[in-house]
Design a protein around this ligand. Sequence first.
Ligand code: ATP
Ligand code: MG
Length: 243
Amino acid sequence: MIPRDHPRYTSLVTREHLADYARLGIVSWEGLIAHGRGEAFDYLLGEKTSESARRSAQTAAALLRTASHPVISVNGNTAALAAPLIAHLQKVSGALVEVNLFHRTPDRVRQIESLLQSAGAAVFSGEAERLLPLSHDRAFCRRDGMYAADVVLVPLEDGDRCGVLAAMGKKVIAIDLNPLSRTSNMATLTVVDEVTRALPVIADACSSLTDEECGDLVAKLDNKVFLKEARNEMKARLCHALD
Ligand code: ATP
Ligand code: MG
C-alpha cells in the first residue's frame, strides 16, 4: 500500500502498475529497466513538459495529420502506461495502431492487442512477417501496416529499429526522455517527454491545428534544435542544483 502523502506517490504507483503488468507478461522484465532509465532523465526535466517538448509534440501532430499512411507502433511499456491515450490519439489522428515487440511471443502480442482493444483502440493485427532488415524480432511487422507507412510514431523505441525505419524513407517520430539516445538522434522528430504527458499534447494538437499551421510546423522541423533545447533544459536544472 503506497501512502497518498508520499512525496514520490505518482512515481511509486506507476512502478507498481508496471510491475503488475510485468507479472501478467505484458511488460518485459527488461522493460522495467528501460522505465528506470526514463525516470532518471525525467528527474532532469523536472517531470514536466518543457515549452520545447510542447512544440515538438505539436510538430508530431502536424506530421501525423499530413501523413497518408500513419502508424502508431506500440510495445509492452507503452500499452501498460498509455493504452487509453493511444486509443484517443488514434481517433483524432486516423493512424493505424500496430504492436511491435523486441521480446515477441504470440501470447504477448495477443495480450497487448487485447489490452489496447479494451481501451478502445482498433488494432491492426493479423499475420506479421519478418520484413525489416533486423536480426531480432522487432523485424516483424505487417505488410499493409508499418511496412507501408510513411509516418511512424514510435514511443520508447530501440535505436536500431528507428534507424532502419528512417533508412526506409519513413518519417519517424520518437517519444524518448533521453535526448542522447540513438533513437532520439536518428528520428525525424523526437518529443523529449514522458509518454503519458506527450501523447495528450499530440492528440490535442491533432484536433486543433489548422492545415496551414500543420504545413508551417512541418516546414520548420529541425530535430537537432529540439534535442539541443532538451539538453539545455537538463543542463540548466543540473547547474541550478549545483549552485
Ligand atoms: P537507444 O537504443 O535508442 O540507444 P537505449 O538502448 O538506451 O536507447 P532502450 O532500452 O532501447 O534505450 O529504450 C528505452 C528508452 O525509452 C530510454 O531512452 C528511456 O529514456 C525511454 N523511456 C523509458 N520510459 C519512458 C517513458 N515513460 N516516457 C518516455 N521515454 C521513456
Ligand atoms: Mg536500445
